[in-house]
Each structure stands twice: as structure tokens, then as C-alpha cells.
Design a binder for this molecule. Sequence first.
Ligand code: SF4
Length: 381
Amino acid sequence: MHLYLHIPFCKQACHYCDFHFSTNLSYKERMVKAIGREIALKSNYLGEKKLETLYFGGGSPSILSNSELESLFRAIREVYTVDNLKEVTLEANPDDVTPERLDFWYSLGINRISLGIQTFNEVFLKFMNRAHSSSEALKALELILDKGFETSSVDLIYAKTGFHLDEKRQAEILRKDIEILRPFGLQHISAYNLTIEEDTVFGRWAAKEKLAAIPDDYAVEQYKIVTGELAAMGFEQYEISNFARNQKYAVHNTSYWSGDEYLGVGPSAHSYNGESRQWNVAHNHRYMEGVESGSPEFETEVLTSFEKVNDYLLTGLRTIWGVSLNKVSRIEPNLPAGFRDTLEKLKSQQLLKQKGDFIFIPQEVRILTDRIVEELFIIMD
Ligand code: SF4
């Protein structure tokens, strides 16, 4: 089984980010206790007690002190067997990485760091209100790989906005970001297209027309640079935003894309048990009060078989493996005739390919993934 822990704190708010977090750290310890308690309260959510993957996300899990992190591991070990953990990931910001912290994380069993670099360009880092500098990012990466976190990953952001730079200059900056990573011999990189979300500083600037929208063709151009440069470095684009060498795929995230069941704890965390989705309240104080009183606050939505098929298509078709048609039929044996027709149409347009039981989107047209998936979605009455 897979466990996700949402740590809802950050040092400062990045201007593009709409994840759930607070920059008020005064009650961090109380939050950690609450998350530990929720782990115990939800111990029977999936029935299964053998953990396969553990993922500390957020927010910024690297903001936790050693004793806070240790207490979360204690809470996990009280409920779950951790002997066969395949992957334990901690998302970290470069400015939190020190040799001492890495030693401690390693001693806890963390074997993968997901490092939020985003870019090495100082101007962009400041404009996005990131808390770290380019030199801190380089230092952190060096320390992580020296310590032996070999399957660690780096996050990059492309198609950035807000500058009156021409596209040629933007392309140079992106190529340089990737070039800087080359000598590190990383096994995994995640690259995300910047999106401007309403409830963020960028969203508010955009609403007042103080921030230029990102033109589609510019985003496409930047996507092509990312996929082209990383392919040339031997990376396989195994999911639309994720690239791995030597099949060092992210195990935890791949489980989401395969439709596996998982438990998420912490404010705003989502869970899935094969029948329903559940999401915790995205409010730190309401979350803590709920857990402390023994009644965590969350909402649940029981999924229809059509919704399950759609979820599986949405995530599975973003990967190189695609989706199994047998699995789709097992979820919903009476698929509407329109589904098969659309499938055949997309195949004849070379937008989908089939290998055995699996359909997948070929590399050349992956940029059209959202459109293709939308066409396949089963229309629900
Ligand atoms: S991008 Fe990461 S570090 Fe920045 S505010 Fe969002 S969660 Fe925090």
C-alpha cells in the first residue's frame, strides 16, 4: 500500500503556487502530532498493513525538524510494516538541504529526494518568489547525489511568464537550465509547464493585466525543448511531465497513474480505496481540531464505474504504458458504443496506438494528450 503525507508549511509563498500550505510555522509541532494521530485513526482505511511506498509532499516537508520527522516515522511504524518499502521520497527545497540533514534523512530510511529547483536563472527565481538561489540549488544537488540518494529527482518549470524577454532568450534560459543538470548524471527529472492559477499572486496580477498570459505556441515550443533536450540526454518521457533514465521511474507516483489504492494524510490530502475518493479539509486549524477530537474532517465521493474509467484514462494515458482495455472492461462491462467508435477513430488518426491489450498515446502526439483523453471520456448522463 502507498502512503502520502501532506506537510502544509512553506517558508514563503511562491507566486505561482496554489497548493495547500501556510507560512505561519508557529503551530508546526501541533500539526505534526495531528498527522501522526490521523495515521492511527485511519489505520484500517485500506485494510493492508504492508507499506510499499511512502511520500512526504506538501508544502515543504524539508521544513520539518529532525524530531518532527522522526515522530512521523514512529507513528507510521506503529501501524504499518515498513520492511519492504520500495521507495521513501521527501520533497525538499534547496535552502533546507545540509550535509547533517541529509545524514539524518538517510538514517530514517528516506532513499529519494525530490528537489524543487524549478530554474537556475536568478531573475526567474526571484520573480517566482522562490526562497533559494541558484548556487544553493547546485550545492544541494551535489550533496544529495554524494550522499547516495541515487534515484533522486529534480523539478523544473518551463514556459515561465512575466518577462519581456523574447522567445529566443527564453529558449536559451531553458536550455541552460537543462545543460546545467547534464554533468550530475541524474536518473529522474520532472518538468512542469507553468500554469497561472486564480488564487495566487500571479493569478491576481494576471487579472489586473499586470502579467502576460502564456501564449499556447510559446508553451508548445518550450515543451519541445524540454522533451528534445532530455531525450538527447538519454531520458525516457514515461509520463507527460516525468522523465527517467534506466527505468528509474518514480514508484509512488506511478502507483497513482496505475489506479492503485492509497491513503493520504494531512490537510488537503486525498485518498482512494478503489470505491471512493476522500479528501481532507484544506484548512490547517479545522484539520487539527477534527483529528484532535477523534473525528477528522473530510469529504467522500463514491465513484460510479464511469468515473473510475475516466480517472484511469486520465492518468493512464499520460504514461508510456497507457491503459489496459481489459481493465477498462472489468471496471465497466457495458461501455457505451461511442467509446469503441472514438477509440477506432483515434487509432485511425494515429493519435492512439494499441499493443496487445494496451492503448497508448504515441510520443509524436503526446502534446495532444489532454485533447485525446477528453475525446475518450465517457459522457455521463
Ligand atoms: S511551490 Fe513548493 S515551496 Fe513554493 S509555495 Fe508551493 S509548495 Fe511551497
